[in-house]
Ligand binder design. Structure first.
Ligand code: ADP
Ligand code: MG
Length: 302
């Protein structure tokens, strides 16, 4: 049995991750791969995500269209995390015996809302029979070269921000994914985020990805974390995941500017902490007058 998704990805990266083309700006390891295919101003973004019955949704829900919405939402969310916008998807469906044509139609129909909202075209895919229902999406997007945001650029004294309340999503909200593309585009067009990721594994786990890739130490303030009304505890905001909010870092100067403009914005962003040091990796939680280290124990996919 494979018990740790991140170690497995490390292994895959070691065995298969050596790239032969200089066009690969980012391969395995960020929210999407980044390819320089010769466009003057833009990089291509390319990523994939799958959702599986029993793991990421349960088939036995009345509103099956939400399964389709989630499948599209999670893959678009990774494009947003790079600062980009989506263009095309391909759709692979694994269909088991317990699913009928009407169900599939409803699921596919549920994809239309986000596809139309963000003008994304379905340009291919595959249908296979399978023991369990799954939907696997690949997505191509673009980002202006100057607007690309990686996980790896956080710097000492940056502030840590999140784009919405966290926690409790698995009680239902996780199906209604709203990829934060407008928010990401607003940020890259008006500020210079130094690092960004979407919160899929949980705030602590995903912040660790930024801190590891940026080789930094972070601190989050429990009292500043926006806890969603669906959450039953602060722990759910820290660890539950599937929030699909943007988690990003901004310089002190950008942070001040964002704070002073916040009341005029169509979006709300929450400052939850700061990067306190660089050169090594760690995360601390400030809770009132106490401060303690915290380790990642986010959502594991196996
Ligand atoms: P996210 O939660 O943002 O979708 P993941 O944790 O699934 O990201 O993946 C992290 C990184 O590892 C991504 O860059 C992804 O492309 C890469 N990755 C995940 N699974 C595989 C795989 N089976 N083969 C190659 N790369 C993978
Ligand atoms: Mg992601």
């Amino acid at each position: 049995m494979v018990s740790n998704e991140f170690l497995l990805i490390e292994k895959i990266k070691n065995i298969l991750g050596k790239v032969s083309k200089s066009e690969v700006i980012i391969g395995i390891g960020d929210d999407a791969s980044v390819l320089d295919i010769g466009l003057e101003k833009d990089f291509l973004l390319f990523c994939s995500d799958s959702i599986v019955d029993g793991k990421h949704f349960v088939f036995n829900i009345p509103e099956k269209s939400l399964i389709g919405r989630k499948a599209i939402g999670v893959v678009l969310s990774d494009i947003a995390a790079m600062g980009g916008y989506p263009l095309y998807v391909t759709l692979d469906i694994g269909i088991p015996g317990y699913v009928n044509e009407g169900d599939i139609e409803e699921i596919i129909d549920g994809m239309n809302f986000l596809l139309e909202l963000f003008s994304v075209d379905v340009v291919g895919g595959d249908v296979v029979s399978s023991d369990v229902l799954y939907l696997s999406l690949s997505c191509i997007g673009k980002v202006e070269k100057k607007n690309l945001v990686k996980r790896s650029g956080a710097k000492k004294l940056d502030k840590i921000w999140v784009s919405g309340p966290l926690g409790g999503s698995i009680y239902g909200r996780h199906l209604m994914v709203s990829p934060r593309i407008p928010e990401a585009r607003f940020l890259v067009q008006n500020f210079s985020p130094t690092a960004m990721i979407d919160v899929s594994d949980g705030l602590v786990a995903d912040l660790y990805h930024i801190l590891e890739d940026s080789c930094c130490i972070g601190q989050i303030d429990v009292e500043a974390i926006p806890v969603h009304k669906d959450a039953k505890s602060i722990d759910e905001a820290l660890y539950m995941g599937e929030d699909f909010e943007l988690l990003f870092c901004l310089s002190e100067e950008d942070s001040k500017r964002l704070e002073s403009n916040m009341s005029n914005l169509p979006y709300k962003f929450y400052k939850i902490g700061e990067v306190t040091d660089s050169g090594s990796v760690g995360l601390y939680v400030k809770d009132g007058s106490s401060r303690y280290p915290i380790l990642p124990k986010g959502f594991r996919h196996f």
